[in-house]
Structure formats: structure tokens, C-alpha cells
Design a protein around this ligand. Structure first.
Ligand code: FES
Length: 93
């Protein structure tokens, strides 16, 4: 599968089922990770394409994003596992 980090214009390949944070770290994508447990929000991204290829948010991620009134295409990169092609735009907090 292909992961496109839009702000870096970085296109990388990874096996389906890989955590997005692992892909971002390996690629050197410009996404800031803080807690890596879904509680700080520094890794917030917009899934510009391929939202259906992302794992469903767990309760902690869902609660955090609801607290920000974030639209459904926004996710916490440290909580997402990717199953297919996605375009990722880094937002931060
Ligand atoms: S790194 Fe803190 S929520 Fe993702």
C-alpha cells in the first residue's frame, strides 16, 4: 500500500496493517508525536484520502477528537493502523 504524507510530499510503501506512527517514523515524515498513547493530540492528522483504509478509532481516540469537535476525517496518527492507500495531512493540535 502507498502512504502519501502531503505536507512533506513524501510517498512511501508499507505492508497493510502497519501502524501509521511506525510508517511516519521510518519515513521521517514531519509529524510530531508526544505521548503515543492517544492522549496529547500533537499527532493529529487529516486523512485526505483513504479514510476507509484506516482502523476504527478506539474509545480514547474517539473521546479526545470529540473533545476537539474534530470532523470524522481527523485522526490521531499514533492510534491508526493502515490497511490500504492513504493521503495524510499533518495538523497537530
Ligand atoms: S502522540 Fe499523543 S495523541 Fe498521538
Amino acid at each position: 500500500m502507498k502512504i502519501h504524507f502531503l505536507l512533506d510530499d513524501l510517498l512511501v510503501e508499507a505492508p497493510a496493517g502497519t501502524p501509521l506512527q511506525r510508517i511516519a517514523d521510518a519515513a521521517g515524515a514531519d509529524i510530531t508525536f508526544g505521548c503515543r498513547t492517544g492522549s496529547c493530540g500533537t499527532c493529529r492528522v487529516r486523512v485526505a484520502a483513504g479514510l476507509a483504509n484506516c482502523s476504527e478509532p478506539g474509545p480514547e481516540e474517539r473521546d479526545f477528537l470529540m473533545g476537539l469537535d474534530a470532523p470524522a476525517d481527523q485522526r490521531l496518527a499514533c492510534q491508526v493502523t493502515v490497511q490500504g492507500d492513504v493521503d495524510i495531512e499533518y495538523l497537530g493540535l
